[in-house]
Design a protein around this ligand. Structure first.
Ligand code: FES
Length: 140
């Protein structure tokens, strides 16, 4: 290794030292949920069904995504599941006509209880507890 190679290697190493921590920091920020009240152990997510933003949840087929949780009304119950596909993280939607939640990216389909009906996803969607008092929903 000559002097020029040595200087080049030192410069490359210095750049790595400065670049890697900033990449790690940015990944941490992206995975943070700015509103953590929907996370397990938090205070839960409260939804007022009289609020026009959520009014469609009061009738069969209505759905809404809040804090990466998809909340939907099957006609028999209001259910809350993670809206993040367990395959590669796309957002699922509620298909009331088929009573399932398809993922638009690679074709996975989940049941209204979150179970995988069709892959490539292998893992069920996380289910959140839903309780209702009058027009107030609490999503755990
Ligand atoms: S991300 Fe949903 S099927 Fe691939």
């Amino acid at each position: 290794m000559n002097r020029r190679d040595l200087i080049r290697n030192i410069a490359a190493g210095t750049a790595t030292i400065f670049v890697v921590p900033s990449v790690i920091t940015s990944c941490e920020k992206e995975s943070e949920d700015p509103d953590n009240n929907s996370k397990p152990g938090g205070n839960g997510l409260t939804i007022d069904l009289t609020d026009p933003k959520y009014s469609n949840l009061g009738s069969a087929g209505g759905s809404k995504v809040v804090n990466d949780i998809i909340i939907f009304n099957t006609g028999d119950a209001i259910i809350a599941l993670s809206s993040i596909c367990t395959h590669q993280g796309c957002k699922v939607s509620y298909n009331h006509g088929n009573s399932n939640l398809p993922c638009p990216c690679h074709g996975s389909i989940f049941s209204t209880n979150g179970a995988v009906l069709q892959g490539p996803a292998q893992t069920a969607l996380q289910k959140h507890k839903v309780s209702r008092e009058g027009d107030i929903l609490t999503i755990g």
